[in-house]
Design a protein around this ligand. Structure first.
Ligand code: GDP
Ligand code: MG
Length: 163
């Protein structure tokens, strides 16, 4: 079976946009409404002649309602099945409380994690907020713009190095 890469993070950070970029197709719905991807969405992709499956998830958000709980459960299943986890965050908000909670969950999982700081849209030095992501304790973040595609090569280099 191909190695499985799961894309996780809280809603609206750009997981589905990144997934579509990595899949080379628009398979997952991108929307400004948090929590649009409720089920897992799969694609196959390849980088440096290494093939893998990628899984988009609906996001992990603390909360009591049924949809949130189901979406979170789907994300957990995807994480359990994953060989490598891409944890997506948003440079525009900096690391928020939910990011710290997810980081703790990922560290407990013991799986290899690549920390992706999305929405780094301008070329050149990343914004100052980028460096705050070191506080999540998951190593060097990779700055990416999923909309423009900047940084996705570096991200994939890191991902395939962990298979
Ligand atoms: P998800 O909920 O994490 O799957 O996030 P989506 O992929 O649905 O994206 C949420 C919003 O963020 C959409 O309006 C996207 O167009 C926007 N977005 C995603 N990636 C980027 C990016 O790299 N730069 C900018 N500026 N916006 C982005
Ligand atoms: Mg989504």
């Amino acid at each position: 079976a191909l190695p499985v890469v799961a894309i996780v993070g809280r809603p609206n950070v750009g997981k589905s946009t990144l997934f579509n970029k990595l899949a080379g197709q628009r398979l997952s719905i991108v929307d400004d409404t948090p929590g649009v991807t409720r089920d897992r969405v799969y694609a196959e992709s390849e980088w440096e002649s290494r093939r893998f499956s990628i899984v988009d998830t609906g996001g992990i958000e603390p909360g009591e309602d049924v949809i949130l709980a189901q979406t979170r459960a789907q994300a957990r299943l995807a994480m359990e099945a994953a060989d490598v986890i891409v944890f997506v965050t948003d440079v525009r908000t900096g690391p928020v409380a939910a990011d710290h909670e997810i980081a703790a969950m990922l560290m407990k999982s013991g799986k290899p994690v690549v920390l992706c700081v999305n929405k780094c849209d301008s070329i050149g030095d990343p914004p100052a907020e980028f460096y705050e992501f070191y506080n999540l304790g998951l190593g060097d973040p990779v700055g990416v713009s999923s909309v423009h595609g900047h940084g996705t090569g570096d991200l994939l280099d890191r991902v395939v190095s962990l298979f």
